[in-house]
Design a protein around this ligand. Structure first.
Ligand code: RB5
Length: 143
């Protein structure tokens, strides 16, 4: 699975930790920055990553800012993106099963490393349920 990952300054530390964690597994990971803790705008990372994802260059995306909120709002502006802000394992599974989310956003100022790893694991490994009612709702989002 090809994963695009990115953060702003507030998500940088957790982004680096999640990236290392994923690289130890069977994932291909491309980093869209940022590359340090110098202040930057989450928009400038979310948009190129989201565009690359809808273009088909990646299978999933992970975006981390201080809260995960700015990243999710910005990424969801791109047609074809279903970004889910997740801070618990139940939602990580549910948003894959129900929403077929293609970007996971998390808050670097909220989550500890181990919980973020677990959320990423569950989110990456859970397939969309393909149930009719969920597909119908996803289609409505897309239209
Ligand atoms: C940066 O201070 C912070 O606003 C940003 O990382 C994010 O939390 C915005 O939603």
């Amino acid at each position: 699975m090809r994963i695009a990952i990115g953060s702003d300054h507030a998500g940088y530390r957790l982004k680096e930790a999640v990236k290392s964690y994923l690289l130890k597994q069977e994932y291909t990971v491309e980093d869209f920055g940022t590359n340090d803790t110098k202040s930057c705008d989450y928009n400038d990372v979310a948009t190129p990553l989201a565009l690359a994802l809808v273009k088909g260059d990646f299978d999933r995306g992970i975006l981390i800012c201080g809260t995960g909120i700015g990243m999710s709002i910005q990424a969801n502006k791109i047609q074809g993106i279903r970004a889910a802000l997740v801070h618990d394992v139940f939602s990580a599974e549910a948003t894959r099963l129900h929403n077929d989310s293609n970007i996971l956003t998390m808050g670097g100022r909220i989550l500890g490393d181990d919980l973020a790893f677990k959320i990423a694991d569950v989110w990456l490994k859970t397939e969309f349920s393909n149930e009719k009612r969920h597909q119908r709702r996803v289609n409505k989002i897309e239209s």
